[in-house]
Write a protein that binds this ligand. Structure first.
Ligand code: FAD
Length: 386
C-alpha cells in the first residue's frame, strides 16, 4: 500500500438512509424554484441557498453550535447527491470558507459569523488574488498598517477576480501586515464588512455574460483588531487551507450533473446511430471514464474526511481531474448536441463557456502540477540552466 492509498471504508453512519428519505420528502413539498425574469444567477442561487437552509440542508458537517447539523462529510455528500439527482441547483459553495473559519477564527467569531454564513444572512466572497498576485499569491501588496494603539488597521490595496463581491456582505481578505518579514509569515486574514467606508466594488463582465468577477479597491479602509481572523502572519496557512478545500472533489453535486449530461449524450448516440463518427463515440467513452474516476475520487475524499484527515495538497490531483472531466465533457456535448451551440445561450453552451475557467480558478492547472511535483512527489525544483 503506498502512502497515497486510503481504504474506502465508509462505515455505516447512523441515519444516512433516513436523511436521504427526509430530503426527498422535503423536495417533494418544496418544488425547485424557477429563476425569475431579470433575476441574476447569483441572486437566484442565494434564494435557493436560503430555502435549503430553512429545511436544514446546509452545513451538515458543521458543528451544531455554529449553525450546522453536526453530522459527517458523508451526510453532506449524500445531500449533494440527492440534489444533483433531481436536477436541483447544488449546495451553496461556502464549505471552503466555512472550513477556514472553523480552523482559524476565534470561538467568538465562529459563533457570530458561521451561523449567518450558513443561513445566507451574510454572503461572503474571497479576496485573495490581486492584479500582480494570482499564481504567486505570496507577492500580494495589499497592506494593512497596524494603528499605534493596536486597536485596528488601515488597509490599502486592490483585489481582482473577487467572485460575487457585488452581492457579498463580507470579504475574507488577505493583506500583508509586515513588509519586512518573509511573505509566508507576513500575510494576515480579515473578515471585512464590504459596506465599510473606503471599499469600492466594480463588477467585470465574463465571456458567458455573467457579472461574476469584481475588482475590489481598498482606500484607507479601517478594520478593527477583532475583525482579524487568526493571529498576524496566519494568513498564508489560512489561504492554503481554504484552497485545499476549494480544490477537492467532495462536492458531488456537480458530479450528478455530469452523470445526467452523460446519460443524455448516450441517449443521443443510440437514437441517432450512424450519424456520428467513431472519434465522437470514443470521445463520449473518455468522458464516461473521466466521470467514473471522479466518482472514485470523491468516495476516497469522503473516506479521508471520515477518518479525520484534513484536505491537503492531494486536492490538486482532484482539481486537475475535475478540470479535465468538465472541459472534455462540455466540448464533447456541444459536438453531440450542436443545436445547443446554435441556440447561443443554451444551458450546455453556458456550461461549456464556464468550463474554460476551470483551469484558472482556485489556482491554474500549471500551479496544480507544480504542487503535485513538489509536495506529493517531492521532486526537486527544475535546475536553471545558465
Ligand atoms: C472563474 C474565476 C473565479 C475566481 N474567483 C476568485 C475569487 O473569488 N477570489 C480570488 O481571490 N481569486 C479568484 N480568481 C482568481 C484565480 O485564483 C486566479 O486567476 C489564478 O490564481 C491565476 O492567477 P492570475 O489570473 O493572476 O494568472 P497568473 O498568475 O498571471 O498566471 C498566468 C499564466 O502563467 C502561468 N504561471 C504562473 N506562474 C507559474 C509557475 N510558477 N509555473 C508554471 N506556470 C505558471 C499560469 O498557470 C497561467 O497560465 C478567480 C478566477 C476565475 C477564473
Amino acid at each position: 500500500m503506498s502512502e497515497f492509498d486510503i481504504p474506502l471504508d465508509f462505515g455505516d453512519p447512523a441515519g444516512l438512509e433516513t436523511l436521504r428519505e427526509e430530503l426527498r420528502a422535503w423536495l417533494a413539498e418544496h418544488p425547485l424554484p424557477e429563476r425569475r425574469p431579470a433575476e441574476e444567477p447569483a441572486e437566484f442561487l442565494h434564494r435557493w441557498h436560503r430555502r435549503l437552509h430553512s429545511g436544514g440542508w446546509v452545513g451538515l458537517d458543521v458543528p451544531e453550535e455554529y449553525g450546522g447539523r453536526g453530522l459527517t462529510a458523508l451526510h453532506q455528500v449524500a445531500v449533494s447527491d440527492e440534489l444533483g439527482a433531481c436536477r436541483a441547483p447544488g449546495v451553496p459553495r461556502i464549505g471552503y470558507l466555512a472550513h477556514a473559519l472553523l480552523e482559524f477564527a476565534s470561538e467568538e467569531q465562529r459563533a457570530r459569523l458561521l451561523p449567518r454564513m450558513l443561513a445566507g444572512d451574510d454572503v461572503w466572497c474571497q479576496g485573495f488574488s490581486e492584479p500582480g498576485a494570482g499564481s504567486d499569491l505570496a507577492s500580494m501588496t495589499t497592506y494593512a498598517r497596524r494603528a499605534d494603539d493596536g486597536r485596528g488597521y488601515t488597509v490599502n490595496g486592490q483585489k481582482l477576480w473577487t467572485s460575487y463581491a457585488q452581492y457579498s456582505d463580507y470579504c475574507l481578505l488577505l493583506a500583508r501586515t509586515d513588509r519586512d518579514s518573509p511573505a509566508h509569515a507576513s500575510i494576515t486574514a480579515f473578515a471585512l464588512p464590504l459596506d465599510r467606508a473606503g471599499v469600492t466594488v466594480r463588477p467585470l463582465r465574463a465571456a458567458n455574460g455573467d457579472d461574476e468577477f469584481c475588482e475590489l479597491f481598498l482606500d484607507d479602509v479601517t478594520v478593527a483588531a477583532h475583525e482579524r481572523i487568526g493571529a498576524e502572519g496566519d494568513g498564508w496557512r489560512l489561504a492554503m487551507t481554504t484552497v485545499n478545500y476549494e480544490r477537492n472533489a467532495l462536492d458531488t453535486g456537480h458530479l450528478s450533473k455530469y452523470g445526467l449530461l452523460l446519460e443524455r449524450l448516450k441517449h443521443e448516440l443510440r437514437a441517432r446511430q450512424g450519424e456520428f463518427d467513431g472519434g465522437l463515440v470514443s470521445a463520449v467513452g473518455r468522458c464516461v471514464v473521466d466521470y467514473q474516476v471522479l466518482v472514485a475520487h470523491s468516495r476516497r475524499r469522503t473516506a479521508e474526511r471520515l477518518a479525520g484527515r484534513a484536505a491537503g495538497p492531494e486536492s490538486s490531483v482532484d482539481k486537475l481531474l475535475m478540470t479535465r472531466a468538465e472541459q472534455r465533457l462540455y466540448e464533447t456535448a456541444l459536438r453531440v448536441l450542436p443545436d445547443e451551440l446554435a441556440q447561443d445561450g443554451g444551458a450546455v453552451y453556458g456550461e461549456y463557456l464556464y468550463s474554460r475557467a476551470a483551469s484558472v480558478y482556485g489556482g491554474t492547472s500549471q500551479i496544480q502540477r507544480n504542487i503535485i511535483a513538489k509536495r506529493l512527489l517531492r521532486l526537486p525544483s527544475a535546475s536553471r540552466t545558465s
